[in-house]
Ligand binder design. Structure first.
Ligand SMILES: Cc1cc2nc3c(=O)[nH]c(=O)nc-3n(C[C@H](O)[C@H](O)[C@H](O)COP(=O)(O)O)c2cc1C
Ligand SMILES: CCCCCCC(=O)C(=O)O
Length: 381
């Protein structure tokens, strides 16, 4: 099976003449499937191994129920949160997702613009299709965070962090669960390698430190050099310490599932954690993110912010995450489907629908603000 194809540059046609756009995430996913070549869609949608964890991420939400409080005058909702010393208008961010050009020619630029127009911070991936500087320009004046895949050659990492600082990014997210790529059976079947089409190198191509290293090793292509650098099983807590020395930006660790690792993160002085299993794309068989969350909330006990991703598809899912005591929620695959289905406008439509769904869920749960939401009763039945 071939894995060569063009990126999706016809996306905007999925919003029809009347401006209709899929509302449910299932319909957005179907629209994305139609708009994209099969190997690319499969790379985005699938998980590692037999995909049990990917399935569990969404299924596990269904077993939890909230018990609403009523007669609480919810006519003035406040969805804002204060986190890491800043006020954010709502408790959502867009998860870092690499190689977005697979979904739409404008990739991260389209997402960053849509996120800025929707007042939702965008977390840019290390393996983005466009550079930090271009993305910063596309979403100037709005909140952006940078996700770091640690490079074996540390100077490359430190220079990327510096570029993010210079471009006005507000935080560094160090992803710790991708020291090597998960065993993804569908990608293996399609002979699909995420970086091979050249859509995940925008950030590296414009990095003088990376380019100077490349010149030293003439035999390596850009893609080979990126893969070799970010495949880094040697990553450990000493690297976290080093990163802290190198930046004054807040550092969050993404991929925490064990309460002891959450506590260790606090001991190492990180500013926040993201409870995540990478959407079930790394190790099949790990706990679903939502099942991991309550114990982590308990041990962290408010010392640092807890963010969450993996499996959030609707407003009510986000509501459950916050009711368990998390501070904010990252949205992942749904925005990529909306990008593939409708480009920048598609992402805007998805975010508008998601925020409306969330606010409706808040009102009907009888909570006026996120602090009240975090105190809500949630049960496993
Ligand atoms: C196509 C794709 C690419 C991703 N790329 C990255 C990445 O570059 N860096 C990262 O930290 N996480 C990456 N992730 C993981 C997401 O940040 C997030 O953890 C995951 O999508 C959450 O699961 P959900 O989308 O099912 O909600 C990627 C996920 C997908 C689907
Ligand atoms: C060789 C590493 C590519 C990482 C691609 C992005 C990612 O995190 C994913 O889940 O896929």
């Amino acid at each position: 099976m071939s894995s060569s194809f063009k990126s999706n540059d016809h996306a905007v046609q999925s919003i029809d003449a009347e401006g209709n756009f899929p509302i449910s995430v299932e319909d957005m996913e179907s629209a994305a499937k139609q708009a994209m070549p099969a190997p690319a869609f499969s790379y985005i949608a699938s998980g590692a191994g037999g995909e049990d964890t990917a399935r569990k991420n969404t299924d596990a939400f269904k077993k939890y129920s909230i018990i609403p409080r009523l007669l609480n005058d919810v006519s003035n909702l406040d969805t804002s949160i204060t986190m890491l010393g800043r006020i954010y208008p709502n408790p959502f961010l867009l998860a870092p997702i690499g190689v977005l050009k697979l979904a739409d020619e404008q990739g991260d630029l389209a997402v960053a613009r849509a996120a800025a127009n929707s007042n939702v911070p965008f977390i840019q991936s290390t393996v983005s299709s466009y550079s930090i500087e271009n993305i910063a320009q596309a979403a100037s004046g709005s909140s952006k965070w940078f996700q770091l895949y640690w490079a074996k050659d540390e100077e490359i990492s430190f220079n990327m962090v510096k570029r993010a600082e210079d471009a006005g990014y507000e935080a560094i997210v160090l992803t710790i669960d991708t020291i090597t790529l998960g065993y993804r059976e569908k990608d293996l079947y399609h002979r699909f390698s995420p970086l091979a089409q050249g859509y995940g190198q925008g950030n590296f191509e414009s990095d003088p430190v990376f380019l100077s290293k490349l010149e030293e090793i003439h035999s390596r292509t850009i893609v080979e050099s990126i893969v070799d650098n970010i495949n880094y099983p040697a990553l450990d807590w000493e690297h976290v310490k080093e990163l802290k020395r190198r930046t004054s930006l807040p550092i969050l660790l993404k991929g925490i599932l064990h309460p002891e690792d959450a506590l260790r993160a606090i001991r190492y002085g990180v500013d926040g954690i993201i409870v995540s299993n990478h959407g079930g794309r790394q190790l099949d068989g790990v706990i679903s993110s939502i099942d991991a969350l309550p114990e982590i909330v308990k041990v962290v006990d408010g010392q640092i912010p807890i963010l969450f991703d993996s499996g959030v598809r609707r407003g009510i899912d986000a509501l459950k995450v916050l009711a368990f005591g998390a501070d904010a929620v990252l949205l992942g695959r749904p925005y990529v489907y909306s990008l593939a289905a409708g480009g920048e406008k598609g992402v805007e439509r998805f975010l508008a629908n998601f925020l409306q769904d969330f606010q409706t869920s808040m009102m009907l749960s009888g909570v006026k603000n996120i602090e009240e939401l975090r105190q809500m009763k949630i049960v496993n039945m």
